[in-house]
Each structure stands twice: as C-alpha cells, then as structure tokens.
Unconditional design. Structure first.
Length: 185
C-alpha cells in the first residue's frame, strides 16, 4: 500500500455508530472468510449492528473506551477496550474487546495506531496487562498482535457460530506493550 498520513485516533461519538458498524460487519466478512460459515457472514447486517450499538451507546460501564481512527475526516477503524472480563467478574487487567479496520485501509497503519492508543489508555487507567481473544485460526491477527508483544497464554475458549466450532485463544501482554506497535493490521 502507498504510505499515507498517520490516522488520527479519538474517542467514538454517537455520530460514528453507523460507520463503526459498517467497519465491524465488513471486517468480520473479510477476516473470517473460511473460518466461519459463509452463510452466517453473508447474513450479518450493518443496520442491525448499528441499532444494537446505538441502543447501548454510553452504557458500557466504567473504564470502557471506544476509539475510532480517522483519515481525512473519514472513520477508517474502531477499537474498544475496558476491564478484562473473566465470566461476569471484572479483573485488574485490560481487555481489547475489538479492533477492526476498514478493509481498504488494512496495511496502512490504522490498526497499529488504534492498538497503540488502546494500550496507552489501558495503562493510564492503571491496568498492568492487556488481554484479548482471537480466533485460534486467524493467523494474520495473531501475527499482528505478536508484533506488539501480545502472545498466547494457554487459555482457550470454545466458540460456536451457526453450529460450527471456531475456538478462540487468549493473548496477553504486559503494559506498556514490549514490542513495536504494528504499522499494519
């Protein structure tokens, strides 16, 4: 990809919901092709995701942060983080709940900018480590996070989509992240 200006990362607003939902749904459809049933991915709805996001906006609880990355005034990525969820219990660690980049901006530094800001915010909130769940077979995502110092810690969770097992594995890294923040997703 041609180098472009660094994305600007800021907190998400209600006005960003539709674009964030578009990025999330298209991200699932792109990143999880071949990892989840295609019929499930094809049935994902930007409108339904946006409605769900609008309904819950601002009600996520203390310590939850939603960030967007912009280029030339257009939202091109989204990340969400907050306290790590161990079942219903919140722990002292941070959890990166989501990180998605508009498909046409993958490889341009948007993911790295979002991950870097998410890690800085988590550290500023006093979290000693960051954790996240990733599909075990999503090798590209695992490589992206490994470059930032987030590695498998041995925990796995069953996850099922439309009757198909798509297990997740947990990645963990101490804050501040040890590795360089990746320039691409």
């Amino acid at each position: 990809m041609t180098p472009t200006a660094a994305p600007q990362v800021r907190e998400m607003t209600l006005a960003d919901v539709e674009r964030v939902s578009e990025i999330r749904v298209r991200g699932w459809q792109w990143a999880y092709r071949g990892l989840m049933p295609q019929s499930y991915l094809d049935a994902l709805s930007v409108a339904e995701d946006a409605e769900h996001r609008r309904t819950g906006f601002g009600q996520a609880g203390p310590g939850v942060v939603n960030l967007v990355a912009e280029r030339a005034g257009t939202v091109v990525g989204w990340a969400a983080l907050g306290p790590y969820r161990d079942g219903e219990v919140r722990t002292g660690d941070a959890e990166l709940y989501a990180l998605y980049v508009a498909v046409q901006h993958i490889g341009t530094g948007v993911g790295g900018a979002l991950l870097g800001e998410a890690a800085r915010r988590a550290e500023a909130l006093g979290h000693p480590a960051m954790r996240l769940w990733v599909l075990r077979d999503n090798v590209a995502a695992r490589r992206f996070y490994a470059r930032a110092g987030l590695h498998a810690d041995g925990a796995e969770e069953p996850f099922e989509v439309a009757g198909v097992a798509v297990p997740e594995m947990r990645l963990t890294g101490r804050l501040p992240l040890k590795g360089p923040v990746p320039a691409a997703t």
